[in-house]
Design a protein around this ligand. Structure first.
Ligand SMILES: [Ca+2]
Ligand SMILES: [Ca+2]
Ligand SMILES: [Ca+2]
Ligand SMILES: [Ca+2]
Length: 341
């Protein structure tokens, strides 16, 4: 089982990119159905699935090792069959969650095996995961062979809602042969209506309007700043709707998360915020430096700690100034260009 945790990161990232482009070619679209109507139908599909499927809860809690997604076994209770001992029906195990996506209220479901002991990723972060995706009839359509990095911004919307509710590994060790063992990672199963999956798109192995399940192990996350403007992407969701594709302050061709001059005033965003860089020879040393600066004001935050090529660590303290005091920080206010780095 543990040999699934080998990391050949660059290779598998390359493999994933390749797979994506291949998938795109095979994607076909049919005119979309009404999202709310489809959601009602998907709720029936999912509820029926939970009423007729169980998982090996007893075996999982008796495992001598930390569970992996291969240990989580979901089985169908056939007509007339008695539910085996030490199992739990999914209808008694899954937790329902609600969210709004494309103006439609969606319910989706999570089976949490272990929440994890590390950090919660943001909905726009890159995550390192293992996963296995199946349709409701049990067909596996996609899985990672080894841990793979996914950018939640470009993942199906179910993923950027579910993954932030789990935590990454608390720690990891690298073996002499370069393999990595993660400890205390988040592990679970998500059950998604088609509207939080591929909806009307038929992707290779999945027909249009398919509900989907994904088992996943969440190992690590990286806070993304897609446009390198010092504002992390999760902060570029101005309307807080978990969608960074509808926030465009200056109404140009680029949404804020991929726009390095968000208010379109000709001054790059990083010049319209104050920043101070802190460095240290050790991560813990830098963490202590940053800790000493807290509590921060409400208009301040730290960028993620970066490991530099020279072996040192650095992070920036960002201050969002609002010079004209109209409640809009300078980088989003085209009438206010007072902070210029
Ligand atoms: Ca948004
Ligand atoms: Ca823009
Ligand atoms: Ca931006
Ligand atoms: Ca600007």
């Amino acid at each position: 089982m543990r040999n699934k945790l080998h990391i050949l990161f660059i290779f598998f990232l390359a493999l994933f990119v390749f797979n994506c482009s291949e998938d795109e070619e095979e994607t076909t679209s049919i005119p979309p159905r009404d999202r709310a109507e489809q959601q009602a139908s998907d709720m029936d599909t999912l509820q029926n699935y939970f009423d007729t499927h169980y998982y090996n809860s007893g075996a999982l809690s008796a495992l001598p090792t930390y569970p992996t997604i291969d240990d989580v076994v979901i089985s169908k209770l056939e007509e007339g069959e008695t539910q085996p001992p030490n199992t739990t029906m999914l209808s008694n195990a899954v937790v329902s969650k609600t969210t709004t996506y494309q103006d439609v209220s969606y319910t989706y479901y999570i089976l949490s095996i272990e929440e994890g002991l590390g950090e919660n990723p943001h909905f726009t972060d890159q995550v390192r995961v293992n996963y296995e995706g199946t349709t409701m009839n049990g067909n596996e359509f996609d899985s990672s062979v080894n841990p793979i990095d996914l950018d939640l911004v470009f993942s199906i919307s179910g993923w950027n809602r579910v993954l932030p509710q789990f935590k990454t590994a608390s720690t990891f060790t690298t073996n002499d042969d370069g393999t990595v063992i993660f400890e205390n990672y988040g592990i679970g199963v998500m059950f998604l209506p088609s509207g939080l999956g591929y909806f009307n798109n038929a992707v290779s192995g999945i027909s249009a309007y398919s509900c989907l399940t994904f088992k996943f192990e969440l190992f690590q996350h990286k806070v993304m700043d897609h446009d390198n403007d010092f504002i992390p992407s999760y902060m570029e969701d101005e309307d807080d709707n978990l969608d960074v594709f509808n926030d465009n302050t200056d109404n140009d061709r680029f949404n804020n998360f991929s726009d390095n001059d968000d208010d379109g005033d000709g001054y790059k965003t990083f010049r319209e915020v104050l920043y101070t860089e802190y460095t240290d020879s050790s991560r813990s040393g830098l963490e202590a430096q940053l800790q000493a600066l807290t509590p921060l004001n409400s208009n301040q935050f730290f960028t993620p700690i970066e490991a530099k090529d020279d072996g040192t660590f650095s992070a920036k303290l960002i201050t969002l100034e609002d010079t004209n005091g109209n409640g809009i920080p300078n980088y989003l206010d085209s009438t206010d260009a007072q902070t210029l780095n």
